[in-house]
Design a protein around this ligand. Sequence first.
Ligand code: ZN
Length: 314
Amino acid sequence: MKNFLILLFLLLLSIGCNTNPKIEPEQDSVETNTPCDKTGLTLQILGSGGPAAGDVRASTGYLVWFNGRPVVMIDAGGGTYLRLQQAGVHIRDIKFLGISHFHPDHASELPALLWSDIFSSRPTPLNVSGPEGQGSDGIKGFLSAINDMAAPIDAFTRINAIEVFPQKDSITTVYKDELLEVIAIGVNHANKPTLAYKVTIDHKSIVFGADQTLDSPDFVNFVKGSDLLVLHLAISEEADKPFTNLHAKPGKVGTVAEESGIQRVVLSHLMKLDATDKRANQFSLYDINTTVRLVGSKFNGTIIVAEDLACISL
Ligand SMILES: [Zn+2]
């Protein structure tokens, strides 16, 4: 028997009351200045879409609040520049920005954010991390290209660039201070160097699973002991190559969430193609109700379907 929230979700579907499924928290559609409980550790979704959301979603981005302060941003996909302002946050207030990989739906607004930051009086450099290796120029190369070709972001004085080699069988400590610890592990996303991050503040942890096929054996161990897991639900159970080389199907998403022992999972990076596209049924938003139900068939915890600007308290 699935948990009560899953049953409630299915009931709502059956009576046609919920065309935009959200299991927890109850959250209206996108709005500005979304109220967040910022007294403790809170995850705010900046972008819940992928490269082809088609559903008024920004591409991928997440914000971690602690006691009213925006501390960490993970990924900076298209639209997150605006979503950050809608969340009432300026990039200068963020301590750490982690890029999972350099596909544009995760990194394309990094130039815009850093360009806006030069107009601020930043007291300390922004810590920015990203993967290197396997033909990638890495975060330093990415920042250098912005600096040289697009905008003088003065990358290496205002920014502390942290290169992370995406090892899949061992954990890398990316950043650590008295408040915050960020660790990372490499995951499989076709041949693209990609990092999953774990952010720990005040003894609570959020794992950002990143784009991946969820077949890296050490990822489940990486998640264990965490309080919240963000997994990307880009494709449907009908998906085929090349998309299955990049993302996990819903059943696999639910299985990995269950194996990790996590109690709550956030499903994000939702994708939708135009309905006339013959590949449309291969993506999660084509029939999101069925897609989420397939995750829930393998996972006994609480499922939260991400919406832009929604907040999830830990
Ligand atoms: Zn992506």
